[in-house]
Design a protein around this ligand. Structure first.
Ligand SMILES: [Zn+2]
Length: 538
């Protein structure tokens, strides 16, 4: 969809795949990014920031593939990040070529502290670069977004000047980042008001906001900015992102939805209008949250607003009584509105391949024939152990299949003996990237420890396990267990995830998945550094 210059609604710009992916250990492969991008399109985001094409060949490929498959005529705008250099901008334009509606997002710092220590440039030099590079981007693509990095700490007069020049050079969106997450809501609102009042050509561009959650204020800052003229919000699913993360999409969207009558007048609508303030299909929120959590390995805390496991659980006796009498007593929104109760029992032991494929399609998964076959085998195995298969079980299986690439080491066998009188002992067989099958055994303090030690003896790459968690996908003793782990190698973090009704098998597979990511990263030294390393901190 093409974005109109002065919308009377809020544009949702999702940066899960760019800023969110910069979270330590959240690194996604191209297939995983594509899966998330498809779901973001189904969720109804207006713009997907798909990556930073110049950062690495992998980033370039991901942006290009998303542009090709998700950036259709009726699909979202696909955006690529670029520093204010010709090389970055040209690479972004190249990656975005297949998109029906592409956008280049370029940025340069405007605060004195960044000018002095990072860029080592004067204000007039920065002004000239911003103008020239926005102009260059505009010569390649129609839709250009410009961000003055660290706007929150920039001198206002200089900021106004830079924005005026960027708009004059062709920027159609100007994005105000609170890069270091330092601002409080009243200040952020005043910053946006100041821009609206002091940049002479501001009516020719959409004001956007971007912010980090170091003080837990990103969402509050954004909502305040809407009252002062911001019309695009840059956010991520589950609020993932660098350090404490970005503003959470689900919190912003649901705040604007539940309190639309409060926000209506700021958008020039009648106060009692029931019309939605965003294009988001809120019933897709819960599913998107689970997908992003599964594929990034970034778990959602149980008390997280909107999508946490406890967000809709009214446990206290007084509340339950009230909710039973009338839902609105304690519930300000309905679990159904975020798609939480859509977990239906859908398939069973006798369901065939067609029913399986059809349901996956309805859930938004489009698998290749090969992946579909693998997933179907897993489904049949599960149906033997578990009578009723729900949507969430299907998602767990499919996420597992999507996530297994790159499969350098393959787990062929895992066998454990343990108990209160036995020393936990594990035997594992792994197929190496060269195709050789290696078997080894080890003892440990528990079954998982023994399995990991045995795997380490085969793979032999130094690493430190920093997180291990098991969650059940559905209720019941026969539920699938999802294991998520994170491990550190040097200063990099890799995550792995796997699901199985046997949590020891899931633990072994999750560990092998994480080691495969680690192995792929260290055996591809030609890749340019990841975005965070070349200083893209918009
Ligand atoms: Zn950021």
């Amino acid at each position: 969809m093409k974005i109109q210059p002065q919308p009377d609604r809020i544009i949702i710009f999702d940066t899960t795949l760019r800023d969110g992916e910069q979270s330590p250990g959240a690194t996604l492969n191209v297939e995983e990014k594509l899966t998330i991008a498809r779901q973001l399109a189904r969720l109804g985001v207006d713009v997907i920031e798909a990556g930073f094409p110049f950062a690495s060949p992998g980033d370039f490929e991901a942006v290009q593939k998303i542009a090709q498959t998700v950036g259709t005529e009726t699909g979202p705008v696909i955006c690529g990040l670029a520093r204010a250099t010709r090389q970055d901008i040209q690479t972004a334009a190249e990656a975005l070529k297949p998109a029906a509606h592409g956008r280049i997002h370029t940025f340069i710092a405007t605060s004195d502290i960044h000018l002095k220590h990072k860029l080592k440039k004067s204000r007039s030099e920065v002004l000239a670069i911003a103008e020239e590079m926005v102009g260059y981007a505009k010569s390649l693509i129609d839709d250009v977004e410009f961000s003055p990095e660290d706007a929150g700490r920039s001198e206002p007069e200089f900021l106004y000047q830079v924005l005026e020049r960027a708009i004059a050079a062709g920027a159609t969106t100007i994005n105000i980042p609170d890069t270091v997450g330092y601002t409080v809501p009243s200040e952020f609102g005043a910053l946006i008001r100041g821009i609206k009042e002091n940049v002479p050509n501001i009516d020719q561009a959409i004001i956007s906001v971007h912010g980090h959650n170091d003080l837990g204020l990103a969402v509050a800052n954004f909502l305040e900015s809407v009252k002062h003229g911001a019309r695009q919000l840059e956010c991520t699913i589950n609020g993932i992102g660098e350090r404490a993360g970005n503003a959470a999409l689900e919190e912003l969207v649901m705040a604007l939805h539940v309190r639309r009558q409060y926000f209506n007048p700021f958008l020039g609508r009648p106060a009692d209008s029931e019309a939605s303030l965003t294009n988001i299909d809120t019933r897709q929120i819960y599913k998107t949250s689970r997908l992003v959590s599964n594929l990034t390995g970034m778990l959602v805390q149980p008390n997280k607003a909107i999508v946490g496991a406890n967000a809709f659980a009214h446990e206290s006796g007084i509340h339950q009584d009230g909710v039973l009498k009338n839902k609105l007593t304690y519930e300000i929104m309905d679990a159904q509105s975020i798609g939480l109760t859509d977990n239906q029992i859908v398939l069973g032991k006798h369901s065939g391949r067609n029913a399986f494929r059809t349901r996956l399609k309805e859930l938004g998964f489009e698998l290749s024939d090969q992946d579909l076959n693998k997933a179907f085998v897993r489904f049949k195995e599960l149906a033997d152990k578990k009578k009723e298969i729900s949507d969430w079980d299907l998602e767990a299986i499919v996420n597992d299949e999507i996530q297994q690439a790159p499969e350098l080491f393959r787990l062929e066998l895992v066998q454990v003996s343990c108990g209160d009188r036995a020393r936990p002992t594990a035997t594992v067989s792994l197929r190496t990237p060269e195709g050789e099958e290696l078997t080894d055994a080890a003892t440990g303090t528990g079954p998982v420890d023994a399995v990991y030690r045995a795997i380490n003896r085969v793979v032999n790459v130094p690493n430190e396990l920093i997180e291990f968690s098991v969650q059940s996908v559905t209720a019941g003793i026969d539920a699938i267990g999802e294991v998520t782990i994170r491990l550190r190698h040097g200063d990099r973090v890799f995550s792995g995830r796997a699901a199985n009704t046997d949590i020891i098998v899931a633990s072994a597979q999750a560990y092998v998945n994480a080691l495969n990511r680690l192995y792929a990263a260290i055996s591809a030294p030609t890749n340019l550094p990841h975005a965070e390393r070349i200083g893209a901190e918009v």
